[in-house]
Design a protein around this ligand. Structure first.
Ligand code: HH2
Length: 265
């Protein structure tokens, strides 16, 4: 899953695509590099970020969603990264085929009935708190167990709203209300999230905890750390990797897959 943030302020690629043409070119480049999903978002969820209302999110993304959906090959799915049903509905109408909701339906419960009605896949992500304050000393007694329980419960709520179990994707929400140790435990024990039985999406790309471990303060220098988590995640059973650097992560996946095929008993 290639990331396309059409925001002025995303932590790594904010302001990179000021025009629909530039955003479309990047989407096509990511497809060329091996992405089969393009995740388009108009609201940054970096720590401390302010909310962006539905009208502004739509203004930022709809042209891009429409152009990208119309231009990419049929097997590529456009996903809309939003927590608001109004934005998700407009994006699905413009050609998107998946919803990525970092609030897992808590921000705007109608998004779940929308996903049910349209029969599209939906990613439900764990977050403690809200982006504005989530990194103010987040605490857990057992982060893996708490995230696992949360995702099981939200998947249940989604099904009650009519979402087919086969359309549910879960995501531990790396960096969302978590200290470095929590992110590490979630990645290291990702198999416990995989055990829930839903496809798992892993979003580690260039995130801050990698800077804390490696000393790489510039997000663009965290690509080697990102590909390690991608290989590790595939071994643990994760199926979707949300990344800025597509060919590098594709290569990591191809190699890890080749190794897994030769693993033996
Ligand atoms: N991370 C970000 C945004 N959306 N969605 C899912 N499902 N999982 C994630 O880990 C995830 C996500 C944050 O990264 P990014 O989009 O690069 O930055 P920003 O929120 O600043 O736009």
């Amino acid at each position: 899953m290639g990331i396309l943030n059409v925001t002025p302020d995303s932590f790594s690629d904010g302001g990179t695509y000021p025009s629909t043409d530039r955003a479309l070119a990047r989407a096509l480049e990511m497809v060329e590099e091996g992405a089969t999903l393009i995740d388009i978002g108009g609201e940054s969820t970096r720590p401390g970020a302010d909310r962006v209302d539905a009208a502004e999110q739509k203004r930022r993304i709809l042209d891009v969603v429409e152009q990208v959906s119309r231009t990419v090959p049929g097997e590529v799915l456009v996903s809309v990264d939003t927590t608001l049903s109004e934005v998700a509905r407009a994006a699905l109408d413009a050609g998107a085929g998946m919803v990525n909701d970092v609030s897992a339906g808590r921000d705007d419960p109608e998004i779940l009935s929308l996903v049910a009605e349209r029969g599209v896949p939906c990613c439900l992500m764990h977050m403690q708190g809200t982006p504005k304050t989530m990194q103010d000393d987040p605490q857990y007694s057992d982060v893996v167990e708490e995230v696992r329980e949360f995702l099981a419960e939200r998947a249940e709520v989604a099904q009650q709203a009519g979402v087919e179990p086969g359309n549910i994707i879960v995501d531990p929400g790396i960096g969302f209300g978590k200290q470095t140790v929590h992110n590490l435990q979630l990645i290291a024990q990702l198999n416990k999230i995989v055990e829930l039985g839903y496809p798992v999406l892993l979003g580690t790309s260039r995130k801050r905890f990698m800077g804390e471990i490696s000393g790489a303060s510039d997000p663009g220098q965290r690509v080697p750390a990102t590909v390690v988590t991608t290989g590790w995640g595939l071994c643990a059973g994760a199926r979707i990797f949300r990344v800025h650097d597509v060919w590098q992560n594709r290569q990591a996946l191809d190699l890890t897959q080749a190794l897994l095929a030769e693993e033996g008993d």
